[in-house]
Design a protein around this ligand. Structure first.
Ligand code: HEM
Length: 344
């Protein structure tokens, strides 16, 4: 019989024969090292799928132009939402490993020295391809070495190559900067409530924003000007920040629905990655207390630091700082409304 067989199709023998515990040879002497290995392997398989989806998304964004009205955009959102679902699963998986106690872990911990999840090439590739730069990392000196507990030469090379490619974040910034909605031709019939000449929309918006700030928060206005008109924020230029805010504000307009979902999904990815960092950090505290990690970092202390410092899409998530109430949104001009409806 030459029919394709299930086990051959998914290479089951290879997968099921890839668990080699180092602390026991016979099943009868077994301990939780088997669980420890299987959990890590399951993670790495899902990391592989995340990287696969991420590369597809980056390839779409690498094009010079993405029409908001084409399958490209819905494909991007669809793939990123799949990544969100995988990350949800990866968060839940921590509980399975937490059925192992600290004493159970000690039975085999010394057998895996100096290996550590810190050496997970795929995890670093996910971070790098999303847009986390090595130099922005917490305790950057821990990375990029090939000493004991560090990365292998070939893994390090691959990560450095990925860092040199366009990251998803850079591509999103370029896409935001390309948004054509502020071309003057769409704004000729805009009815401004102020008498400012240039950028009437934004000066109207700015006054409504100021009106909504409490006494204590007045200082935010200077920040608003810096973020949207002077230097931008983090990796996003002021032009990109303006486009992201505009999409967020007018997300009910047909053409902005997918772009809004895209921005929202990026924040969700950041939040889920950060949830994972937190769950992993808490588990590590329970397993090894405040001992140093097998990978040579300070352990839980290092992991706690990554929590607040390794957000990738912070600028997008924190756009909420600059929103105004929906009922106070300036009415868009007819020409622009026509452009952003699907009848163009
Ligand atoms: C008993 C369970 C675990 C313990 C005690 C543990 C411990 C640690 C420690 C101490 C670090 C910091 C680096 C070091 O010095 O070693 C680390 C990093 C890491 N671990 Fe775990 N870990 C556990 C399970 C897992 C699992 C199941 C995964 C899934 C892939 C994982 C993935 C990672 C990753 C990706 C890093 C790097 C994090 C970063 O640099 O932001 N770990 N782990």
């Amino acid at each position: 019989m030459n029919d394709l067989y299930y086990g051959d199709y998914i290479q089951l023998d290879t997968i099921l024969n890839s668990q080699r515990p180092r602390s026991f040879a016979r099943m009868e002497d077994g301990n939780d090292e088997m669980l420890f290995i299987i959990i890590h392997q399951a993670y790495e398989l899902w990391f592989k799928q995340i990287l696969f989806e991420l590369d597809l998304v980056r390839n779409i964004f690498i094009q010079d132009r993405i029409n908001e009205n084409t399958p490209d955009m819905s494909n991007v959102v669809h793939k990123l939402k799949r990544i969100v679902k995988i990350l949800e699963l990866l968060n839940q998986q921590v509980s399975v490993l937490e059925t192992m106690t600290a004493l159970d872990f000690l039975e085999f911990r010394n057998h895996l020295l100096p290996a550590s999840g810190f050496q997970s090439k795929q995890f670093r590739l996910i971070e790098a391809k999303l847009g986390l730069k090595m130099e922005h990392r917490h305790r950057a000196e821990y990375y990029k070495h090939t000493r004991r507990g560090g990365l292998s030469e070939s893994d390090l090379k691959e990560i450095e190559e990925a860092e040199g490619e366009s990251t998803l974040k850079e591509l999103i910034v370029k896409w935001l900067e390309r948004m054509p909605y502020f071309d003057e031709k769409y704004w000729v019939d805009y009815k401004s409530s102020s008498d400012a000449n240039a950028d009437k929309f934004w000066s109207d918006y700015r006054s409504v924003y100021l009106g909504g700030l409490s006494e204590m928060e007045r200082g935010r206005l200077a920040e608003f000007d810096a973020v949207f008109f002077e230097k931008g924020r983090g990796d996003l230029s002021s032009k990109a920040m303006r486009a992201a805010l505009f999409i967020t504000l007018y997300r009910d307009l047909p053409i902005f629905q997918l772009p809004f979902e895209l921005l929202n999904t990026l924040s969700e990815i950041d939040e889920l990655l950060s949830n994972w960092r937190y769950r992993h950090f808490s588990m590590v505290r329970r397993m090894i207390g405040i001992r140093a990690g097998t990978g040579g970092t300070s352990g839980a202390g290092y992991l706690e630091g990554t929590l607040s410092q390794h957000y990738i899409f912070r600028e997008i998530t924190e756009l909420a700082t600059f929103l105004i109430e929906r009922s106070k949104l300036p009415e868009l001009p007819g020409m622009l409304k026509e452009k952003v409806s699907f009848n163009v």
